[in-house]
Design a protein around this ligand. Structure first.
Ligand code: AMP
Ligand code: ZN
Length: 463
């Protein structure tokens, strides 16, 4: 597999440092509000990445942080007059429920910043001991970027243009140089009761230190992949590298992958511009999680993607085409075993799909392989030339694609509870007990499945 590494600005061959399990860190949400679908573009790109790695047989250990203390969360909690933890809890829950709606595979660990203050304090202490961090008069602690010669290597900053050691007048910060950033923020009245004791007095950690401390805690000092949206690259990711590598002397993350923005009319979708949609905004208008997933996943992750309702409508049409193909294949296969080896036209699509995914997650190409399979199968069906074993082989191929895409219905396992209700309903219909049959249909529907009666028996689809 090849990925474009932001650190080297090249596509590079990827393999995990330990040869088996990919250790991957993903910058997660600040839980002060509902995430918007721009944020979800980043999380879906990361989901496609982890699923692609799994598709290629690697184990994945993914860590995604939850930023549950910063200016915005504190402001929100104070405005509502509730404790910080209570305030952020609601948005953490909403975030997980949105991830589930979008079919995102859960990460292995979701560490919250407020549960890791001691780890952050010890990393800052180490930076202070090494003479890289300094305390200002108000009790805040800053990172002196001039002490880390490699500062700027991720964002490819021109260091010659950076000024160091010049004390600037700045009302907000008491730092020595413009580029220096806060590791620890001294408590002030705006923070209310949000404070932790530290060697520098009461306060709270800066945002950047959170990710260095938690990634190293759960993944080790050096790990495989660090991801985020492109806006995270500087200063956030640059600062993460500076904090971690200054202490360990080792390479922090081997690969850095960044996704481009989701835009609206050419501008980045963001809370501050007010041009955003949350997932709820869209589901309330009748769009489903998989339709939104399809839109967010269908472009190349390094290309900006413009969000439109037309794109959602065309995702709906594409999914309907894929659903019809799955239904037709299932009917044609009728329980037959997949032809082995798979017919050439199926194998070709599997090859192109794999090649596309391996080439820096080229999803537009991967989708074109999916639709080649759909077209080839449909043509054979229309000509009456699709044998059941071939249909089963095409189904198996589509099921493989869906391990990454997770928008098809092909491989959806019917839960045991639903199959049981289905067989009870079959019996009821044999007895001509229509009342019971309708009751069972409603029970199946409550579990999220629709049952249709066709000449060849009951047919089950996801609602
Ligand atoms: P934030 O909560 O702003 O820190 O963002 C969480 C994640 O979403 C980060 O990885 C951001 O880079 C990413 N992100 C924010 N806005 C967008 C956008 N419009 N398109 C893609 N990713 C975004
Ligand atoms: Zn981060």
């Amino acid at each position: 597999m090849k990925f474009y590494n932001s650190l080297t600005r090249r596509k590079e061959d990827f393999s995990p440092l330990d040869g088996k399990t990919v250790r991957m860190y993903t910058c997660g949400p600040t839980v002060y509000n509902f995430a918007h679908i721009g944020n979800f573009r980043a999380y879906i790109f990361e989901d496609v990445l982890r699923r692609a790695l799994e598709y290629r047989g690697y184990g994945v250990r993914q860590v995604m942080n939850l930023t549950d203390v910063d200016d915005k969360t504190i402001r929100g909690a104070r405005a509502e007059g509730v404790e910080l933890r209570k305030y952020t809890e609601k948005y953490k829950k909403a975030f997980f429920s949105d991830l589930a709606t979008l079919g995102v595979e859960p990460a292995e660990v979701y560490p919250a910043a407020t549960d890791h203050i001691p780890e952050m304090i010890s990393l800052i202490s180490e930076l202070e001991r090494l003479g890289i961090a300094y305390k200002s008069e108000d009790g805040s602690v800053y990172y002196s970027v001039s002490k880390f010669p490699e500062y700027g290597k991720l964002a490819h900053l021109d260091r010659g243009g950076m000024r160091h050691g010049v004390r600037i007048s700045n009302d907000e910060y008491e730092k020595d140089a413009v580029g220096d950033f806060a590791l620890w923020k001294a408590w002030d009245a705006d923070d209310g009761d949000v404070r932790w004791d530290s060697p520098w007095g009461p306060g709270r950690p800066g945002w950047h230190i959170e990710c260095s401390a938690m990634s190293m805690k759960y993944l080790g000092e050096s790990f495989d992949i660090h991801t985020g949206g492109i806006d995270n690259m500087f200063p956030h990711h640059e600062n993460e590298i500076a904090q971690a590598e200054a202490v360990t002397g080792k390479q922090f993350a081997a690969f850095w992958l960044h996704c481009a923005h989701l835009r609206v009319n050419g501008e980045k979708m963001s809370k501050s511009l007010g041009n955003f949609f949350t997932l709820r905004d869209l589901t309330e208008r009748g769009w489903s999680g998989r339709e939104v997933r399809y839109v967010l996943m269908s472009g190349h992750y390094r290309q900006p993607l413009n969000f439109t309702f037309d794109a959602l409508a065309s995702a709906r049409a594409s999914l309907a085409r894929i659903d019809a193909f799955s239904d037709a294949l299932r009917e044609c296969a009728g329980g037959a075993c997949a032809a082995d080896p798979a017919p050439g036209w199926v194998a070709e699509c599997v090859d192109s799909f794999g090649r596309a995914v391996d080439d820096d997650l080229n999803m537009p190409e991967a989708f074109s392989a999916v639709f080649s399979l759909v077209a080839a199968a449909n043509k054979r069906l229309a000509d009456g030339k699709l044998a059941p074993g071939e249909a089963a082989a095409a189904m198996a191929a589509a099921g493989g694609f869906n391990r990454i895409l997770n928008v098809m219905r092909v491989t959806e396992d019917v839960p045991a509870e639903v199959s049981q209700l289905l067989s009870l309903r079959e019996e009821a219909r044999r007895r001509k007990d229509w009342g019971e049959s309708d009751r069972l249909r409603a029970a199946i529907s409550d579990l999220g499945w629709a049952v249709k009666d066709t000449p060849s028996g009951q047919k089950l689809t996801r609602r």
